[in-house]
Design a protein around this ligand. Structure first.
Ligand SMILES: Cc1cc2nc3c(=O)[nH]c(=O)nc-3n(C[C@H](O)[C@H](O)[C@H](O)COP(=O)(O)O)c2cc1C
Length: 221
């Protein structure tokens, strides 16, 4: 698969087939993905991968918290306010997803159903957790983003799909306890990995992008 095909075929998969993944395949993906650049080659990432019974324990505890309405508390704060045009795009995404689920946006049950899929990690057989030492700055967060996309693109090489989601780290204390993640590491982000369930309507939608003429300013060409 060439890079353009990987870029274009990656999407946020919100329904996985439960079939387990081989550890070797995940290792190979991570070996290539950790070629990602980082500030002065500091390679700040610490990676934890959960599958099998360990992931089921985390998933079960997440679903329990979700049903008890335990407030979600990712370690990296979620923005309270977005600039209006960004907010509009995220609302459009939410509306499209609810439409696919056959739900109405003003229906509280709709939002719950949407969040429940997240709390189930979209039934993925593996989740990769990306962590950083708490002392690091946004530059290392930038490095972690480069790694995250590299993982998702390399996953395409193996025919795998992925879901990057803050909801996967909504209850960090559950993940920390189950995986024995030390306190000095912040559990920043999660990527669910697996084979997409191509029958699921959730996987049929492809998100739009802003027109390039609005995003890019060339000068001197
Ligand atoms: C930092 C970040 C957090 C995200 N969190 C969630 C999430 O919690 N739940 C979810 O369903 N998707 C989540 N997504 C996926 C985005 O909604 C998705 O990337 C975006 O809508 C573009 O769609 P695409 O990935 O299919 O191209 C997240 C993506 C990123 C990069």
């Amino acid at each position: 698969m060439n890079v353009t095909d990987a870029l274009i075929s990656r999407f946020t998969c919100r329904a996985f087939k439960p079939e387990p993944l081989k550890k070797k395949m995940i290792l190979d993906i991570l070996e290539a993905a950790t070629r990602a650049p980082s500030w002065a080659n500091t390679q700040p990432w610490e990676i934890f991968v959960a599958g099998g019974k360990v992931l089921e324990n985390i998933r079960e505890a997440f679903i329990k918290n979700f049903h008890k309405d335990v407030p979600r508390a990712p370690e990296n704060p979620v923005p309270e306010k977005w600039p209006p045009d960004l907010k509009k795009r995220s609302e459009e995404l939410r509306a499209e997803r609810l439409k696919i689920l056959g739900l109405k946006g003003n229906d509280p049950a709709a939002l719950r159903a949407n969040f429940e899929q997240n709390a189930r990690f979209f039934r993925a057989p593996a989740v990769i957790y990306l962590c950083l030492d708490r002392s690091l700055t946004p530059w290392s967060m930038f490095d972690l983003g480069l790694l995250a996309q590299s993982i998702m693109l390399e996953a395409r090489e193996y025919g795998l799909d992925s879901a990057p989601a803050v909801m996967l780290v909504a209850y960090p204390e559950i993940i920390r306890a189950e995986l024995g993640i030390p306190e000095n590491l912040s559990i920043v982000f999660g990527i669910a990995l697996g084979h997409a369930d191509s029958q699921s309507p959730l996987n049929k939608y492809r998100t739009p992008r802003r027109p390039l003429r609005e995003v890019i300013r060339f000068q001197g060409f």
